[in-house]
Design a protein around this ligand. Structure first.
Ligand code: FES
Length: 166
């Protein structure tokens, strides 16, 4: 296993020492490793398992349950589209279908340029602004096809490093 940057090592150590049992920090540790690797690759799982005194299988079961941990490579921007009832009520066409069509990807797919991954999500807690989506931790509200087109165009030309997904 390649060594991690000292700052990340310190961060992981702080996460683990802040809780009574290392396993309590499992999600946070995996999330921090995902930030480093870009997704939760096998090496990251193995690293977390060693740190947390857990088995890779135990971590695998957690990682595959939690929507915001990615066991496969994802795009620079991960779009979590709310696919729940309130968002459906506010838009007759599915926002999720529109995004997949517009980006030319299947559900869960990543665009060929590596920019966007589209994932359906259960209610993301922003119902009062439905329909809505979450991109790398930021809400985009009251979506329409025009608004989505504008958001995608803005992100395509963004130059600063995006926040990682949460
Ligand atoms: S149903 Fe879409 S945010 Fe709650």
């Amino acid at each position: 296993m390649a060594s991690l940057p000292e700052q990340l090592e310190d961060e992981l150590h702080a996460l683990i020492t802040a809780v009574a049992h290392p396993q309590e920090a499992a999600i946070d540790v995996m999330y921090a490793l995902q930030q480093h690797y870009g997704y939760l690759c096998d090496e990251a799982i193995q690293y977390a398992a060693t740190l947390l005194a857990m088995t890779p299988l135990e971590l695998e079961s957690l990682a595959t349950f939690y929507d915001y941990l990615y066991r496969r490579p994802v795009g620079r921007y991960v779009i979590h589209v709310c696919d729940s009832v309130i968002c459906w009520m506010f838009h007759q066409d599915s926002i999720f279908d529109y995004l997949c069509r517009t980006l030319g990807v299947p559900p869960g797919g990543t665009t060929e340029d590596g920019l966007f991954t589209v994932l359906p999500a259960a209610c993301i807690g922003n119902c009062h602004n439905a329909p809505t989506m979450l991109i790398n931790g930021r809400f985009y509200d009251r979506l329409t096809p025009d608004r989505i087109d504008a958001v995608l165009a803005e992100l395509r030309t963004a130059t600063e490093e995006p926040a990682r997904c949460k």
